[in-house]
Every structure is written in C-alpha cells, then in structure tokens.
Ligand binder design. Structure first.
Ligand code: MG
Length: 238
C-alpha cells in the first residue's frame, strides 16, 4: 500500500505543479493519468461508479467530484485535486488544495486550516485507546474554532483492495465514540472544510458537489496506516 500511496501522491504533486493560470483541468487530469501509468499503476477513479476521468478536480466553491474539463484556471482560484492509484492489488487515495497565482487571505487560511485538520486527526488517532469519533471530533473542533464549516455529507473511509471500504471516517463526531482504532487498519482521513456553511449540494451533472452558499471549500487527504508505532502516511511522495 505504500507503493500505491507513493504513486498516488506523486500524481497529486504533478497535478498541483500544473495549477497555473491558463491551464485547463483536463490537462491536469491527463498529466495525472500519465504519471500513474508511468509507474505501472492504474487510476483508481477512472470509471469507478461511472466517473469519467482519472482525478477529481474541483475549483473554488466546488467541494469534491469536479469533472476535469476545458475550464481554464485563473489567478486566485483554488484547485482541489483528489486522486487514487491502484498498484499490485491495493489502492492509495489522497487529495490536496493548490493555489493558482495569488489567492485571497481567506483562501490561504482555509487551505491551511484544512491541512492542519488532517494533522489534528492524526494526533487524535495516535492517542492510546483512540476511537473513530476522536478523529472526527479533532477535525470538527479545529475547523469550527477557525470559523469554518465541516462537510458532513461526505466522509473518509477505509482503503485497501477496494478504494472505499469500511469504516466510514467522518470529519465530525464525539470524542470517545465509535469503532476502536487498531493497528493494521488503513484509512483515508480527508477533511473537507468550507469557508462558510457546512451545507453542500450536487450540480445537475450529478457528480460535482458545491457549497450551498457559494463560498470556498478546501480538501486535504492522505491514506494512512495505523500501527503500534503510530500513524504512517502511505500517500507520501518520498
Ligand atoms: Mg478518499
């Protein structure tokens, strides 16, 4: 899974490096597909549930499941790239938010808060006797303390031979509740954090999820392994 994770992370970073003014989201998707295939892996998302591309690329108020297209990126956009790689029977799944040129302070803060939510979740998962609710509680309390909304309609998940496995890993919840975390579990922790309300809706294309209030959304995700010695980030490019 570390190999699959590394390939997914390399694809995410390659996509992120292309997030520049004048580039289309379809061009980013093509580069991501090329990187994944160059490592002998296949894109986990392509045709999954009928999704038509290798990566989900969501811009600004789009939360997740953006479909790569001829949309041209503009300075000030924030771009969420969510990508999975399937290699030797296992998946890696990761996401991050990338700025295009100069972005607003609100956008910068949102990206930083979302990333920090992930690391708060890792800390919570490493505590002795931690349960799933501790992850959600850590994300929710950090995000809400920074005035942000936590998406509830979509959640993290187990990852392994299938991209989406049990358990669900919500970004909200009560400390001390839920399944006890144990060594050997591999899960995707993926805070989806909105600048405004937590509420979202799905566009007429039946894929793309956007914030209900039209404000910005950010996403950050890694596939991690829970071990006796703490949390390993599997979607690490190094
Ligand atoms: Mg995921």
């Amino acid at each position: 899974m570390r190999d699959a994770g590394r390939i997914a992370a390399l694809a995410r970073e390659a996509g992120g490096a292309l997030c520049k003014e004048g580039v289309t989201t379809a061009q980013i998707d093509a580069e991501i597909r090329k990187v994944i295939r160059s490592h002998g892996a296949s894109p986990s998302f392509l045709h999954l549930y009928g999704f038509p591309a290798s990566a989900c690329i969501s811009v600004n108020e789009e939360v997740i499941h953006g479909i790569p297209s001829d949309r041209v990126l503009q300075a000030g956009d924030i771009v969420k790239i969510d990508v999975g790689a399937f290699y030797r029977g296992y998946h890696g799944d990761c996401a991050a938010s990338f700025p295009v040129g100069e972005i607003s302070d609100e956008a910068k803060d949102l990206i930083e808060v979302t990333r920090e939510c992930f690391f708060q979740a890792v800390n919570a998962a490493e505590a002795p006797g931690a349960r799933l609710g501790d992850i959600g509680h850590a994300v929710q309390s950090y995000a809400e303390a920074h005035g942000c909304g936590v998406v509830r309609d979509y959640v993290g998940h187990g990852v392994g031979q299938k991209l989406h496995e049990y358990p669900e890993v919500p970004n909200y919840g009560s400390a001390g509740h839920g399944v006890r975390l144990s060594a050997g579990m591999t899960i995707a922790i993926e805070p989806m954090i909105n600048a405004g309300t937590h509420e979202v809706r799905t566009l007429a294309n039946r894929w793309t999820v956007v914030t209900k209030d039209g404000r910005l959304s950010s996403h950050y995700e890694n596939t991690v392994a829970l071990t006796k010695n703490g949390v390993w980030i599997l979607t690490d490019p190094n």
